[in-house]
Design a protein around this ligand. Structure first.
Ligand SMILES: [Fe+2]
Ligand SMILES: [Fe+2]
Length: 329
């Protein structure tokens, strides 16, 4: 989702009796639902996997500010502008909680940012698509933040304390994000024929990337199995996608939008919606850096980092001055 294809370093999931005594004790704590805290002993692979997952999630939050940030100056009304501004600021806040959570595992924020800017760290594939019209802002809130909630609510119960607690607050804000997106779509779909057409056109472009964003089917993935054993992943990608699909199709119907999938069908026996084949080639291409906006997103991030150097330097100088004054007193 916001962390896709997280490598656990595992070749296979070891059985309980194969684990070293300390790792077995750790697994027993996880299985008993005990939260792991920063100073607790933990296997090195658990720590590294969490760093990958949480930092990737943090990167997704701050890169996710860019496609919508583009629209702050062009939002159609003052009210829409204020709402969008608050939403984009929320995403910046989510990034900060998550970078802080990752730092408790012994990685520095500078290192994480450097990895992102060097193209070494991944972020969600979804933020590499362009926002061409105002309806794209509606689609992101409705579809992407909607997917984020489905993925992140279970993470409030994940095994690592600082990550789980960050998620509680983030999820509350995500539900506001989803509703503001849906509200934009509702206004467009009830508006002039041109507005309705704009909503449909954006929906057509976001549907497939949003359906793919939970990641490829992971029933055979050793990394997913290991992450699930550690309780840092609680549902498989397909389970999350199914929940999203079942939630989203009726919402699209209410708006009067047509889902751009001729194979979409309701299965009365299972009580679930079924979708046509997803283009995983495209997903892998985008996540490896070759999506429509990857280069542009990274360029913008690096420029923001460089332009903000004076702020960081001033903050450090101020802190040093205060520390020196406190010491003198
Ligand atoms: Fe967020
Ligand atoms: Fe959000």
């Amino acid at each position: 989702m916001y962390a896709q294809l997280v490598d656990t370093g595992a070749k296979r999931v070891a059985a309980r009796e194969e684990l070293a005594p300390e790792d077995r004790a750790f697994q027993d704590r996880i299985d008993a639902g005990v939260k792991i805290e920063p100073k607790d002993p933990m296997p090195e692979a658990y720590r590294r996997t969490l760093i990958r997952q949480i930092s990737q999630h943090a990167h997704s939050e701050i890169v996710g500010m860019l496609p919508e940030g583009n629209w702050i100056t062009r939002a159609p009304t003052l009210k829409r502008k204020a709402i969008l501004l608050a939403k984009v600021q929320d995403e910046g806040g989510h990034g900060l909680y998550l970078y802080s959570a990752a730092e408790t595992l012994g990685v520095s924020r500078d290192q994480m940012i450097a990895d992102l800017h060097a193209g070494k760290a991944k972020y969600s594939s979804i933020f590499n698509y362009p926002t061409l019209t105002w309806a794209d802002v509606g689609c992101i809130g409705w579809l992407v933040d909607g997917a984020a909630i489905i993925n992140q609510i279970p993470l409030c119960r994940c095994s690592y304390g600082p990550y789980a607690r960050a998620m509680v607050r983030i999820c509350k804000e995500e539900s506001f994000h989803q509703r503001q997106g849906y509200d934009i779509m509702l206004a467009l779909c009830r508006g002039a024929p041109e507005q309705k057409a704009m909503a449909q056109e954006a929906f057509n472009r976001w549907w497939w990337p949003a359906l793919a964003m939970q990641g490829p089917p992971d029933k055979d993935s050793v990394h997913s199995a290991q992450s699930m054993a550690w309780r840092i992943k609680l549902f498989s990608n397909d389970e999350l996608r199914q929940k999203w699909l079942d939630q989203t199709v009726p919402q699209a119907q209410f708006l009067g939008l047509e889902v751009p999938d001729p194979a979409l069908r309701w299965n009365a026996e299972t009580g679930h919606w079924e979708h046509g084949p997803i283009d995983w080639e495209e997903f892998y291409r985008v996540i490896k850096g070759d999506g429509p906006c990857n280069r542009d997103r990274l360029r913008t991030r690096v420029k923001a980092w460089e332009d903000g150097a004076w702020v960081r330097e001033a903050a450090v100088a101020h802190a040093e001055k205060r520390a020196a004054r406190a010491k003198a007193a």
